[in-house]
Design a protein around this ligand. Structure first.
Ligand SMILES: Nc1ncnc2c1ncn2[C@@H]1O[C@H](COP(=O)(O)OP(=O)(O)O)[C@@H](O)[C@H]1O
Ligand SMILES: [Mg+2]
Length: 381
């Protein structure tokens, strides 16, 4: 297989902060690879190294077979980059921006104008072409930014969170554009915080968290890797939620996620006997359910499980009560788990319309928190 991008053991430090801690990455030519990770995971740092804008402290990378440190000029001739923040000039019009870039790339004025016109047409910006960028909508700006990165007909395109902050409609438009580029033979490395986006666009996904690769594979493989399915149960009486949650915690050792709107509880189901055990327990307790079943996990759940494993290798979660969380207020729950020598506390509350629950783990008697397990939704800032 021909790889358009290969990186091995990339390390980057900013002072004491280790932004990348040995990242490996492979992108086959003509494919889309999604680099998925939360804020601060190291996505932009990775892209900047591959795009020759930043030197790694260790490790090496090639783009189109050329070393990014040893031969940056060759690499630059092959790539296009659309950053997280727009790089076009606000005071110029769409046409002027693209022509300027074309001329910087050594096209003649006539060639540059022709290339600009092609791209504006392709991105449906022709009508807006002569207006200053300052008057563009967010979606138009993103499209122009993408057009700008394509002036030099790059073989390899880096898209760093291309749809962050866009509304769903504009995001869909941009996805179509990316699909078109790939159909034309481009190789794309796309970073995103959106699992849906990686699932929609990428052939393979590399999940990074805190500067490390925590998983790599096709979306379907990643789903299988966390094993099993997701059990979902919705009590007929919403007030029974806590009692049902307690039973789920006892049976699975994990705190279920609860949807604040529907009262539905979900928890990973590894044990195939879980459903029948649950039915017996619910029956014995006289708890009725509106809904009870198994389904395949969403990518959100896959991601959560993978990053959580990375942090803690799935520490057993204490059988703490679920708590009656009300909107806008957090509630502290504490529980000591002597076996582990750890103090675990959970806090829950509403944020962004979703119920969130977080478990903190501290060393017993010590002052230092060893970290936390995020439960509930992975939040976008
Ligand atoms: N110029 C910098 N100086 C210091 N720390 C930085 C700098 N750039 C990034 N970092 C840190 O490196 C880590 C990775 O950042 P980044 O690659 O931007 O993550 P992402 O793009 O996934 O949000 C973060 O903790 C960030 O705060
Ligand atoms: Mg970034």
């Amino acid at each position: 297989m021909t790889y358009a991008i290969r990186a091995e053991g990339l390390v980057k430090r900013y002072g004491d902060k280790v932004a990348l801690d040995g990242v490996d990455l492979e992108v086959p030519a003509g494919r889309v690879v999604g680099v998925l990770g939360p804020n601060g995971a190291g996505k932009t740092t990775t892209v900047r190294i591959l795009a020759t804008l930043l030197r790694p402290d260790a490790g090496q990378a090639t783009v189109g077979g050329h070393n990014v440190v040893g031969d940056p000029v060759r690499v630059r001739s092959l790539i296009g980059l659309t950053g997280q923040y727009a790089s076009v000039d606000e005071t110029l019009s769409g046409v002027e921006n693209l022509v300027l870039i074309g001329q910087l790339l050594n096209l003649s004025r006539r060639q540059a104008r022709q290339r600009a016109a092609e791209l504006l047409e392709r991105f449906e910006l022709t009508d807006a072409a002569t207006r200053p960028i300052a008057t563009f909508s967010g979606g138009m700006r993103r499209r122009l930014d993408l057009a700008a990165s394509l002036v030099g007909r790059p073989q390899v395109l880096f898209l760093d969170e291309p749809t962050t902050g866009l509304d769903p409609h504009t995001r869909n438009e941009l996805w179509e554009v990316v699909r078109g580029l790939v159909a034309d033979g481009a190789t794309v490395l796309l970073t995103t915080q959106y699992l849906e986006e990686a699932d929609q666009l990428a052939d393979r996904i590399t999940v990074i968290d805190q500067g490390r690769v925590v998983a790599e594979g096709r979306p379907g493989e990643l789903k299988r890797r966390i094993g099993g399915q997701i059990l979902h149960v919705r009590p007929s009486v919403p007030a029974d939620g806590e009692a049902v949650a307690r039973i789920l915690i006892e049976l699975t050792g994990q705190i279920p996620e609860r949807d604040a709107n529907t009262g539905r509880l979900t928890v990973p189901a590894v044990d195939p006997m879980l459903i029948s055990s649950l039915v017996r327990r619910l029956d014995a307790a006289g708890l009725m359910t509106e809904e009870l079943g198994l389904r395949l996990p969403s990518l959100d759940e896959v991601f959560l499980a993978l990053t959580r494993q990375n942090d803690f290798a799935l520490l057993p979660v204490p059988a703490a009560p679920y708590g009656d969380m009300s909107a806008g207020e957090g509630r502290q729950l504490e529980k000591f788990s002597e076996d582990e020598g750890l103090q675990e506390s959970a806090e829950g509350g509403m944020a962004g319309g979703k119920e969130r629950l977080r478990v903190h783990v501290h060393e017993m008697g010590g002052q230092s928190a060893v970290g936390h397990i995020g439960l509930g939704r992975v939040g976008h800032p």
